[in-house]
Design a protein around this ligand. Structure first.
Ligand code: SF4
Length: 215
């Protein structure tokens, strides 16, 4: 069993943490500034199996929860089978909306699978895909994807695949040096919703990120 919390919650929102690994290293990532949120320890020493994640959900679920978010301390799609099992299980436990946050690089990670369709069939209602940049160069600088330059285009392609299957929202963190209006324009062109997210790190860190983006 993994060290660290596989589920966590605040108020009536229940969160699932399928992995703390990621193939990006975003300059603004909360993982640079702490080891968890809401008092939970979200750094896992290994990814849970689908069975372990379902067991953790069963052990911590409460009828007060009215929404589920698959939002861990890493990229959920790195542990896709556990995500699918977790989504199916929460939908069995209660008829509550389920969403997932992802960096959207599903097509690079799982080129032989139909990730959007599998997520929809498991019961996912909404997906928030982190765009974070209006072009591949800014994305490379800001998010440092290990999967390379093709990551940006693959996010757009995955967005289009999800669109007919569930509610889709592209998002960008409000960082000086990132053209939020241009990010919003991409969402509008793709016909999906757009959300601006607040930077959650220490105020001083923004200066360093801005310098990186503008040099
Ligand atoms: S994609 Fe998300 S989890 Fe991964 S480094 Fe970026 S902000 Fe962190």
């Amino acid at each position: 069993m993994s060290k660290g919390d596989l589920t966590y919650w605040r108020g009536s929102s229940f969160y699932v943490n399928p992995t703390s690994r990621c193939m990006n290293d975003c300059l603004f990532c909360v993982r640079h500034f702490g080891e968890g949120v809401f008092g939970f320890d979200l750094v896992l020493d290994e990814d849970p199996s689908p069975e372990d994640l379902v067991k953790a959900i069963d052990n911590t679920w409460d009828s007060k929860f009215d929404e589920v978010a698959i939002v861990g301390f890493g990229e959920p799609l790195l542990n896709l089978d556990a995500v699918l099992s977790a989504t199916i299980r929460v939908k069995e436990l209660a008829n509550v909306p389920a969403r997932m946050n992802t960096n959207g690089q599903a097509l690079l990670l799982h080129p032989t699978r139909e990730v959007a369709r599998e997520l929809a069939e498991a019961g996912l209602d909404r997906i928030q895909i982190s765009l974070n940049a209006p072009d591949p160069d800014t994305y490379l600088q800001l998010c440092q994807p290990k999967l390379g330059r093709g990551a940006f285009e693959s996010i757009l392609e995955f967005t289009e695949l999800c669109k007919p299957l569930m509610r889709v929202e592209l998002s960008a963190v409000d960082i000086p040096g990132v053209d939020i209006d241009a990010c919003r324009g991409i969402a509008e062109r793709l016909g999906v919703n757009f959300r601006v997210r607040v930077f959650k790190g220490p105020e001083g860190a923004l200066d360093g990120i801005f310098r990186t983006l503008t040099t």
